[in-house]
Design a protein around this ligand. Structure first.
Ligand code: ASP
Ligand code: SER
Ligand code: ZN
Length: 672
């Protein structure tokens, strides 16, 4: 097993590192002493961790220079203490201990960046990370729409809405190009420096590179083969969705812009990264205009507040018999964008303070269905924290990172059904309608199936960057090769190597691993099916996509039993506890979408669509004369000049002054 192999490596490494040279024969074999050492570690580390999370929280919710310094200081203290514990742990003859004790050592001895003993290098690594995140968080794109020519927008405000609603080819090209130029290109140099430093830390910790360290968290030797194999099973679903959506986009933009056999221009899918496509549901609904599947207008018409959206979401958890949100959550969370002038990091995230009932969320909630679902996602992280809070510090965490991402999404699969939305007064249409059912499945497919290749490729790219297979000379080319190969999307304008388009996606500058989302999007359907069976929802042939586990105490108990384990057991054990399966498996996802898959296959055959794409086709260059169709699109203002440079974009220097990253964030449970 890889775990054992690494254990040996770690021990050898520690021994060679420790200040007093310890020979193998001198290693401590007394397991009782080892257990005491671990108990002591749990206490000290969780205390320091708590202090650090406090400083991270204070900074993220009030981005002052003072808070930033405090944040860096506590990270340095925590790193020092981790390294010290690592050295002490290396005095033990770990391999002679029981499996349980070995597991704890194995988990605590993965230090991440703290393994980098050279303080200057460690500091530089922090600085580079800080610069990248600051650069991303402060990027503004201005003058992107003639409707508000003087406005500037960040990626959290303005840009997503424009991307979701604009159907104007030129406007979208300009917005896409400026965002990628302004957010990605400036961090190109820093990213390659970061890769080198991060690899040094990973090697100091006994891994070949940072990618290997990330994969190690999945505790299986052939993790890469497993995810690729699963993707192969799901590829036909994606190809059918891709071909269908491409045809619908031709109806809107014309075949000059969307070639019937080409990849889809990446800026036409309602999302800056073409990662989830539900914002173009109105262009792709099987039965257009019927059965309102996106309930945003109802949420708004009913005057929902962020607090009410949270309460509605919480009720779903407590109705399953899960743990209710503690008063501390309500008192200390930030669920709306502050109006007191404070600069904050708006990205929705959950924090575990590891003390009492202190769990919090920060989110600048908008009254939309998308955010209603995101609330469930984040409350899933919070629920996991509360459930495993009785575990020791070492075992505080998801069975694997994909599990943590899946919890809230599993519940949201029930919540998003028309039946459930109807019950809570957010859907006033007939729920037993086959047309509405297909529209609903299309929305879910645009969210879940469209995401799969993106969820996969981000870290296929990064793993190869860390391993040195992709070098700084071909960062952008390889990125677009993967985007073409897996997603079948093509940039609207030429993107030569001088650009750095991966850097325009949040998780690259923030260094958040991404394969966790691919894993989550597969296993959440396995969990959903298991809980639906437990709730008796699939009796009498009811299809999986109609299941709503609402109020099922049995389903809640099953979920809770798994969540309580934290990471005390290898994830296949946790998965078995809930699904009876020990492997990731695409079967449940396919079962969920089967009616839509059948429908899409028929549609594509009837329309003579060819699945797949010719990788050589490129959209017309920006100087291309706009088609009649484009002129009549929803764009109402004066024409927007086409540009491939960041001419209208600017970074606000005031914002640059204020915003910085909290360092070494991947150590902490800042769950996005
Ligand atoms: N926090 C999640 C993601 O970034 C979802 C979100 O951004 O709303 O991974
Ligand atoms: N939350 C993740 C992202 O925004 C996956 O959906 O990329
Ligand atoms: Zn998350």
């Amino acid at each position: 097993m890889i775990i054992m192999a690494r254990m040996t490596f770690a021990v050898l490494f520690c021994v060679s590192l420790s200040l007093e040279m310890v020979f193998a024969s001198d290693l401590i074999k007394d397991e009782q002493r080892a257990i005491e050492f671990l108990a002591n570690y749990n206490e000290i580390a969780s205390e320091l961790y708590h202090d650090t999370v406090v400083d991270i929280w204070n900074y993220r919710t009030n981005l002052t220079d003072y808070n930033r310094q405090k944040c860096i200081e506590s990270n340095m203290i925590y790193a020092e203490s981790e390294l010290e514990s690592f050295r002490n742990a290396s005095m033990f003859d770990i391999e002679s201990f029981s499996e349980e004790t070995q597991r704890q050592f194995k988990l605590m001895m993965n230090l991440g960046d703290a393994a980098l003993q050279d303080q200057e290098k460690l500091k530089r690594l922090q600085e580079v990370k800080a610069q990248m995140v600051r650069s991303y968080a402060t990027t503004q794109v201005c003058n992107i729409s003639s409707q508000d020519p003087d406005e500037c927008h960040t990626i959290n405000e303005g840009i997503p809405q424009m991307f979701a609603t604009s159907r104007n080819y030129n406007e979208l090209t300009q917005l896409w190009t400026q965002w990628h130029n302004m957010a990605g290109q400036p961090i190109r140099e820093q990213y390659s420096e970061f890769v080198q430093l991060s690899n040094m830390a990973a090697r100091a910790n006994g891994f070949t590179d940072t990618g290997a360290l990330w994969r190690w968290k999945y505790e299986v030797e052939d993790f890469e083969e497993q995810v690729l194999e699963i993707y192969d099973t799901l590829k036909p679903l994606y190809f059918n969705l891709h071909a269908y959506v491409r045809r619908k986009l031709i109806d809107v933009y014309g075949s000059e812009y969307v070639n019937p056999k080409g990849a889809i221009p990446a800026h036409l899918l309602g999302n800056m990264w073409a990662q989830q496509w539900h914002h173009i549901l109105n262009l792709t609904e099987p039965f257009p205009g019927k059965h309102l599947v996106d309930v945003t207008p109802i949420l708004q018409a009913k005057g929902y507040t962020p607090r009410q959206m949270f309460e509605e979401a919480e009720a779903f958890f407590t109705n399953l018999g899960l743990i209710e949100l503690p008063q501390e959550f309500w008192d200390r969370s930030m669920i709306e964008k502050p109006t007191d002038g404070r600069q904050v990091d708006c990205h929705p995230s959950a924090f575990d303070f590891l003390k009492g009932n202190d769990v919090r969320m920060k989110m600048c909630t908008r009254i939309t269905m998308e955010h209603f679902i995101t609330i469930h996602h984040e409350l899933g992280h919070i629920q996991y924290y509360l459930q495993y809070s009785n575990q020791s510090f070492i075992y505080n965490g998801g069975a694997n990172p994909g599990f943590h991402e899946a919890v809230g999404d599993v519940l949201a699969l029930s919540v998003a059904t028309p039946e459930h939305l109807h019950m809570i007064g957010l859907y006033d249409d007939d729920v037993d309608n086959p047309e509405g059912e297909l529209n609903f499945l299309m929305k879910m497919a645009l969210e879940k199936i469209a995401f799969l290749p993106f969820g996969l490729l981000v870290d296929l790219w990064r793993w190869r960057v860390f391993s040195g297979d992709i070098t700084p000379d071909n960062y952008n080319t390889e990125w677009w090769d993967l985007r073409m190969k897996y997603q079948g999307v093509v940039p609207p304008v030429d993107r030569p190597e001088e650009y750095f388009d991966p850097g325009a996606k949040h998780h690259i500058p923030s260094n958040t691993p991404y394969m966790r989302y691919f894993v989550s999007f597969v296993i959440q359907f396995q969990f959903h099916r298991a809980l639906c069976l437990e709730a008796g929802q699939l009796d009498n042939g009811k299809p999986l996509h109609k299941c709503d586990i609402h109020k099922s105490k049995q389903a809640g108990e099953k979920l809770s039993a798994m969540l309580k384990l934290g990471k005390s057991k290898p994830w296949p054990d946790a998965m078995e506890a809930i699904t009876g399966q020990r492997k990731m498996d695409a079967g449940a996802l396919i079962e969920y979408f089967q009616p839509l898959i059948d429908w899409l296959e028929r549609e594509n055959v009837n329309n003579g669509d060819v699945l797949g794409w010719d990788p050589t086709w490129r959209p017309p260059p920006p100087s291309y004369v706009r088609s009649e169709r484009d002129k009549s699109a929803t764009y109402t203002g004066k024409p927007v000049a086409m540009t491939t440079s960041g001419g209208h974009a600017q970074i606000s220097s005031a914002a640059v002054m204020w915003i910085c990253i909290c360092l070494l964030t991947t150590w902490f449970s800042d769950e996005n």
